[in-house]
Design a binder for this molecule. Structure first.
Ligand code: NAD
Ligand code: TYD
Length: 352
């Protein structure tokens, strides 16, 4: 039995990961540590909350006392750090919390895991590992050609990606300095169930259903490389089990699409399946995001060759599954789109 300390497990990818793992294995225990910020939602984990191999602790990853207590009470084998402030637009209007959570929180987790796992000078208990869940955004932006490789120099542009690059560098530094066992995964844009509707796909879905404007930044020709969330979960599972100590693995599925294509795909789906009144007239080109990265695209050859990972869900299948999930889970959407989010949305798109 291996025990995983999963941080940020009440967020989009973290909750999908916990469900994926508990569905796949009977011999893993998962402790989900989440501060339950606006992006954390325990409703996502309803299907596993009574599973004896799952438990939840509400704590901030920056809280040294709370994290050290968890390590003292339970023998943890793996830490998977999903916890983060994750939204680029929020990082542009308020960078500070991104430094606090993403950088200081990561360092606090590293310190506690290092202390708990240490069995001598730069030596650690067998079979332990810290995995940092990172993003392709740390590499900056691509032109029309080429892909991000693990060897691509870090060149973050937004406060979000700068904070993620900084935390990656701390994780690397702990490996290089203390021989602390780590992996870093860098994935492209995820989509799937439970994504908070401030991100492109659920936001456009939501707005189309409620006949609101569909905000497209700039010319809408920015390109993202979409990864179905279960394929990301599979990659993390493989890296934990088979990743070579100290290595970085890029995770992406060669599913590059311009934003405007995504928006039109969603409109088309809703028009066909729900509401014939919706259409492209709802698209509203708004002021571009500051410092907007033009294109992301991952070369996943390393993780394919090293671990046999490949993405199982192509975009055409994944987007239909995702949109159907949102349609079938309108109560979930209603519950998360109240309060703080509504306030954020009104401020964000006012006058654009
Ligand atoms: P999310 O915003 O949906 O969830 C983040 C979770 O972290 C929430 O449950 C929140 O409550 C929790 N959290 C925030 N601050 C915390 C703190 N100080 N202490 C404890 N918990 C805290 O994010 P996501 O989309 O699920 O992303 C998960 C990870 O994957 C992040 O590290 C993100 O940078 C990375 N990532 C995401 C994407 C993507 O497309 N969503 C792509 C690449 C990388
Ligand atoms: P987002 O989902 O915020 O992810 P990220 O910025 O991490 O890639 O945005 C995806 C793309 O969609 C990005 O190029 C910005 C664009 N976008 C819009 O055009 N309109 C929107 O309302 C949002 C939220 C994003």
């Amino acid at each position: 039995m291996k025990t995983y300390l999963v941080t940020g497990g009440a967020g989009f990818i973290g909750s999908n990961f916990i469900i994926y793992m508990l569905d796949k294995y009977d011999d893993v225990k998962i402790i989900n540590v989440d501060a339950l910020t606006y992006a954390g939602n325990l409703e996502n984990l309803k299907s596993v909350e009574n599973n004896p191999n799952y438990s939840f602790v509400q704590a901030d990853i920056r809280d040294d006392k709370a994290i050290s207590e968890i390590f003292a009470e339970t023998q943890i084998d793996y830490v998977i750090n999903f916890a983060a402030e994750s939204h680029v637009d929020r990082s542009i209007s308020n960078p500070d919390i991104f430094v606090k959570t993403n950088v200081l929180g990561t360092v606090n987790l590293l310190n506690n895991a290092k202390k708990a796992w240490s069995i001598g000078d730069d030596q650690y208990r067998d079979g332990v590992k810290y995995l940092q869940v990172s993003t392709d955004e740390v590499y900056g932006a691509l032109g029309d050609e080429g892909f991000f490789m693990e060897t691509t120099p870090l060149d973050p542009h937004s406060p979000y990606s700068a904070s993620k690059a900084s935390s990656d560098l701390f994780v690397k530094a702990y490996h290089d300095t203390y021989k602390f066992p780590i992996n870093i995964t860098r994935c492209s844009n995820n989509y799937g169930p439970f994504q908070f509707p401030e991100k492109l796909i659920p936001l456009i879905m939501n707005n189309t259903l409620s006949h609101k404007d569909l905000p497209v930044y700039g010319d809408g020709m920015q390109i993202r490389d979409w990864l179905y969330v279960d394929d990301h979960c599979k990659a993390i599972d493989m890296v934990i089990r088979g990743g070579v100590d100290g290595e970085v693995y890029n995770v992406g599925g060669h599913n590059e699409r311009p934003n405007i294509f995504i928006v039109k795909t969603i409109i088309e789906y809703i028009k066909e399946n729900v509401d014939s009144e919706v259409g492209e007239h709802m698209i509203k080109y708004v002021t571009d995001r500051k410092g907007h990265d033009r294109r992301y695209g991952i070369d996943p050859q390393k993780i394919k060759d090293a671990l046999g990972w490949y993405p199982e869900t192509c975009f055409e299948v994944g987007i239909k599954k995702t949109l159907k999930w949102y349609l079938d889970n309108q109560e979930w959407v209603k519950n998360v789109t109240s309060g703080e989010y509504q306030h954020y949305y009104d401020k964000m798109y006012a006058g654009k």
